[in-house]
Design a protein around this ligand. Sequence first.
Ligand code: ZN
Length: 181
Amino acid sequence: MKKASSSKNNIIKNSSSIRGASILSRVLNKGINSVKFFFDKLVYLTKKAPYFQDITDDIKNAVKKSGILNGIAFIFSLHTTCSIKINEYEPLLLEDIGRFLKKLAPVDDYYKHNDFSIRTVNMCEDECKNGHAHCQQTLMGTSELVPIKDGNLVLGTWQRVLLIELDRARERKILVEVMGV
Ligand code: ZN
């Protein structure tokens, strides 16, 4: 009896979610021409690793340039050893995060990626030993999404968009895509 009722609930849930998807798809199709997409590429020169740069104001500027009032800002690092992360820009906390990353993937640990006697893939002429930076980047991630309401980024009191350099002083490219109406 119990089993039958739960199976019935599942069917109701499924059919209503299909109905919802079909309504959503009709709305999206109708409004697709009014949704705008805006791209901006930001370039930074980092100074060391770990290195934290607050890029929130540059993201706000991209949103302003886009003219989009309501939607989402997508901030994407075009690198495998440089992260985008939302967190608090407080100097002592940034030192703590640096220590936390070093503990999990220390620079002086052994990484096969750094062992040029065995590595053959993606080798450049000036290949550097940065296995720790790749491992740290897998923890920190590549992108963040921030809601936009009435032309402003919706962020909590202490939330800032941070570029996090994990390798060494380098040029870094960050893509900002603003989507909305
Ligand atoms: Zn590498």
